[in-house]
Ligand binder design. Sequence first.
Ligand code: PEP
Ligand code: MG
Length: 758
Amino acid sequence: MLDTLRRIVQEVNNAPDIRAALDLMAKRVRDAMGTEVCSIYLRDEDDQRYVLMASEGLKQEAVGNVSLGLSEGLIGQVGMREEPVNLEDAFSHPRFHYLAETGEDPFHAFLGVPVMHHGKVLGVMVVQQRDVRRFDQSEEAFLVTISAQLSAVIAHAHASGVLFDQLDTGGVDLPSFYDGLPGCPGAAIGYGVLLFPEADLASVPDRQVDDVGSEIARLDDALVRTRQEVRDLAERASKSLGAEEQALFDVYLRMLDRHALPAEVITQIREGQWAQGALRDVVDQHVRNFEMMDDPYLRERAADVRDLGRRVLAQLQRQGRRHVIFPDECILLGEDISAPMLMEVPRERIRGIVTTRGSRNSHMAIVARAMGIPTVVGAQNLPLKQMDDKEIIVDGFRGRVVANASPELKAQFEEIIREEATLQAGLEKLRHEPAETEDGFRIRLQVNTGLMTDINRSLERGAEGVGLYRTEIPFMVRDRFPSEEEQRVIYREQLSAFAPHPVTMRTLDVGGDKSLSYFPIEEENPFLGWRGLRVTLDHPEIFMVQVRAMLKASEGLDNLRIMLPMVTSVIEAEDAQHFIHRAWLEVRDEGLDIPMPEVGVMIEVPASVYQARALAQRVDFLSIGTNDLTQYLLAVDRNNRQVASLYNSYHPAVLHAILHVIEQAKEEGKTVSVCGEMAGEPASALLLMAMGVDALSMNASNLLKVKAAIRRVKISFVRKLLSEALAMDNGEVISAYVDLQLDKAGLGDLLRNRKAIN
Ligand code: PEP
Ligand code: MG
């Protein structure tokens, strides 16, 4: 059963287009279940009907032409009940609706299951049989399982809008919408450039070449190098492996023979495909063949072919990388785009970024926000390969990507881009104004930094210091740990640029979703694993070097504050303080006259919320990291697209936790700030101000919007709004209510990042 399921899913996933996938689904399910009919009805949102989209067993003329209302017939019944309907004789059911065009007269037994995706009914899958009989439990379970597995394919077709368009328009390109999550607010129009990680076959786009000869030469070169690589591997492996494993290398070498796999690649290159695309196609085809084999041993061979394909690809890309030409208006596309990949592209050419994985707080998104680039993350249904070189609209407000936009839609987005530019220009004059409410309440607005580019952008916007300097970013863009002197130089730049304002430097916060290529951390559950301070306390040599570099960098400036990430207990804070003190003594012993900096902790896990008072008694300041705090309080992975809609910083648990921390810090006479994303959204920033934080630290791009919001309200108004919000028990309602009240108070233009564009 599992094998059959797996085979069907694989075959369907490999189908060339959605229509072929649906047909294949119907055929394979009918065969696997030994029934006479399998049909797929999909919900057409525009017409509010279920349309018969594929059938094996009913008349083919009916496909695409027969439909039922959402509450009509047994199909409607399955959709409304959102559960299987299993009948021994459909004809005798009162809801039965006879569809003469389908030729379903002879079929009595009926089993329909809903196709569900993210809690929504996308369609209904039905099997029918002549006999009057009830489908048994295992048949019902099979259909439910296969429908759940195939729902992603259908969801993709729905999201891309290709399904019903093909029926209505005879192939004319209609706008396609792909939903993801807002990574950085803003809208952009440009041309897709697919960035693919080295050696990822699946991300190689189609490209045509004219010079076939040099493309084949390129492949030959890559093959020579791959063969050498395999021989080296074999040589190395010979010391530790048995004869059987050694044989694997011979198999590899035989597959790399010019008359074997490469011959097929060359045939494709001759047809005009570039070497990488040809390699991808040939490897895919072989992998698919192997995967469909019933023999588990042969199925495993698929992995070898894939591995070999990647090795050749890696060699090909070593030659090709330098040749990437970025157009003037790039929309960078990729499954996952890492921060270093982003750095390789000239900033002035990047209009927008779209990834199919990741989430709002993934590292790339943070970097994109620092650079103010409209970004959509987690647009999982976007067909990346087809988007290369296509005109694309990025709607970073709503988290949506649009392809094939109509002239009207494009004009609408051009207008939005103009309006945003005007709003920003209007905000520029606030640069030197204080962040002060109409009734004179002041708060300090700081920036989160990490890259050098953040410095200028922050100063231009009148930042009053740095509330969070993410030191891991300079670590991430290197291929080894930076030395003490290298770190000192980088830190000095930050400290001197903002002096005399304070610069809060966070000690290395790796682990979770932030990894260093040269210090890999492999864990089942990285967000609950070896992260932040846990790593550096286990590696004092890394911690001490970093702290010494910070201290030395602050010489003569006296504006350094050191902040500790991921603190869960007072012991950790005390251990870290001990190391910092030791580093300070060492630096003084070297003859530098540097005062002991303030040391604070981040409050980003529930344990530290309840230890806030104890922590505040030991350190100089607290800073609330609402990104992680929300993740850990709500048990919602901040990078998981599947649960992204549950990630809500307006959840009452989050708001009350923040308030508790602020109250405890105040009672202990210590300052408290917020440096998570909440601080950078005008609406939540106002609530945090009303709670009494001393400073808000955010991305430079948001600073003027937050300042404008503060300057347009009275503290009494915001305090009232906060007390109303705190009395509510539903995060969705709180955020909608706060938005509504702020909109009424005339702040609507500043809230666009949550406004939908349809
Ligand atoms: C946070 O968790 O809120 C925070 C500011 O840290 P980071 O996003 O870098 O984890
Ligand atoms: Mg954090």
